[in-house]
Write a protein that binds this ligand. Structure first.
Ligand code: AP5
Ligand code: MG
Ligand code: ZN
Length: 226
């Protein structure tokens, strides 16, 4: 099953994806994590992406699409993937469609997590991220049990460089101008499923599970008509 998690920065895509992917036994593919990993390793891709990521701007489509497609062609994505943070532009969405169709596959749904802007900014400014498994925490809402250490893997938790108030605002503006058009694109395709991200993380997960189960149960033609 191939699913996309769509939503503004701070909506909870990463938080939800880690658990949902485990539950569905599909691979979590997060474009932001892939960029940060490349930046951390100092690869040629990481060196090209760094300035964009640091400023909260989108990395150009050609680099992003090539990176994500390469990841999707690895064996652990053969039967499905949960895409988090990709696609984010119309060009990326079209590239994904083409790629899946070319491989005889299709998207089962696009899970759109919504939350008010003020909630997003407060979440981002307090976020902590595990340097090893990418699990997310929050200084106030969800601190790690042992300060500075990930509950899941014991890795070091850190604050992302793009999680300053100013860069978070910039990322939100980029989302409004470049990513929001995808909502209508996927609604029109009959794939959009809306999820309330402005509730406790466990309630968001429950809503996601119910809605994904409904997608699995519904024949494709019905989802198209919805
Ligand atoms: P990326 O890493 O994808 O960042 P983003 O989209 O800005 O999204 P976030 O990771 O900030 O938000 P999230 O929804 O995952 O929130 P989270 O679950 O962590 O991208 C980073 C950069 O990479 C981009 O700016 C760009 O430069 C580049 N990039 C990536 N993909 C690209 C693409 N496709 N094209 C071009 N460039 C690309 O939650 C946030 C916080 O809130 C956490 O602290 C969490 O604990 C807390 N929280 C979550 N849910 C709840 C809840 N229900 N209640 C209370 N707190 C909660
Ligand atoms: Mg994320
Ligand atoms: Zn961890």
């Amino acid at each position: 099953m191939y699913l996309v998690l769509l939503g503004p920065p701070g909506a909870g895509k990463g938080t939800q994806a880690v658990k949902l992917a485990e539950r569905l036994s599909i691979t979590h593919v997060a474009s932001g994590d892939l960029f940060r990993e490349n930046i951390g390793r100092g690869t040629p891709l990481g060196r090209r992406a760094k300035a964009y990521v640091d400023q909260g701007a989108l990395v150009p489509d050609d680099l992003t699409v090539a990176m994500v497609m390469e990841r999707l062609h690895q064996p652990d994505c053969r039967d499905g993937a949960l895409l988090d943070g990709f696609p984010r532009t119309m060009a990326q969405a079209q590239a994904l469609d083409q790629e899946l169709v070319g491989d005889g596959k299709r998207l089962a749904g696009v899970l759109y997590i919504k939350a008010p802007d003020q909630v997003l900014l407060t979440r981002l400014a307090g976020r902590l991220t595990c340097s090893n498994c990418q699990a997310t925490y929050h200084q106030t809402f969800h601190p790690p049990r042992v300060a500075g250490r990930c509950d899941r893997c014991g890795g070091r938790v850190y604050q992302r460089e793009d999680d300053t108030w100013e860069t978070a605002r910039r990322r939100l503006q980029v989302y409004f101008s470049q990513t929001m058009p995808l909502i209508e694109y996927y609604r029109h395709a009959g794939l959009l499923v809306e999820v309330n991200g402005d509730q406790g993380a466990e309630s968001v997960q429950e809503e996601l599970v119910v809605k994904v189960n409904a997608l699995e149960a519904a024949p494709f033609s019905e989802a198209q008509d919805a």
